[in-house]
Design a protein. Structure first.
Length: 175
């Protein structure tokens, strides 16, 4: 097995700036990252804070790190592929160190109509033909389950109750 050079910690001791650049480039190759995520990765690899900040500043100057663009991409991707609503996306962006103003600008891509449509699609996927929603107890049980599922995905509780109620009403009319 070929050696790939010194371990990251040893490389950081020899030339921390070079090691930091390599780490950041490797991280950005796999997927977009926020500045905070990259800063945390450099800290894990024992890169001195001042060196890490200098390298991250340079990457921002040349637009390889852009938290605003990261936030826009993150919101589009997670909304489309995971059907997450603004509430959940806002929490995720905060965890990734995105400035609240940048996060809000990214979240503005999602309108209420889109969220409502996504919530309805999620509920329709969960509805089973074998569930008898004509019985009050069953209807209440599934309402709680579906509203809780939507809440975990960041949907506003009042919208969740409305969408679940509408989906149940439509289901009852079809049967």
């Amino acid at each position: 097995m070929k050696s790939r050079g010194p371990a990251p910690d040893q490389a950081a001791d020899a030339n921390p700036a070079s090691a930091a650049r390599a780490i950041v480039l490797r991280q950005l190759t796999s997927s977009p990252k926020s500045r905070l995520q990259l800063s945390q990765k450099l800290a894990e690899r024992n890169i001195p804070h001042d060196v890490a900040e200098a390298v991250l500043d340079r990457f921002e100057e040349v637009k390889l790190i852009d938290d605003a663009e990261f936030a826009q991409l993150w919101v589009r991707s997670r909304s489309m592929h995971k059907s997450l609503a603004k509430g959940a996306l806002q929490r995720e962006l905060a965890e990734k160190g995105i400035d609240p103003e940048l996060a809000q600008a990214a979240l503005d891509q999602i309108d209420e109509g889109t969220e409502r449509r996504q919530a309805k699609e999620l509920i329709q996927r969960k509805m089973r033909v074998s569930v008898d929603l004509r019985e009050r107890a069953e209807r209440d049980k599934y309402t709680r389950r579906w509203v809780a599922m939507l809440a975990r995905k960041g949907f506003n509780p009042s919208m969740a109750y409305q969408v679940v109620g509408e989906a149940i009403d439509e289901s009852l009319q079809e049967n």
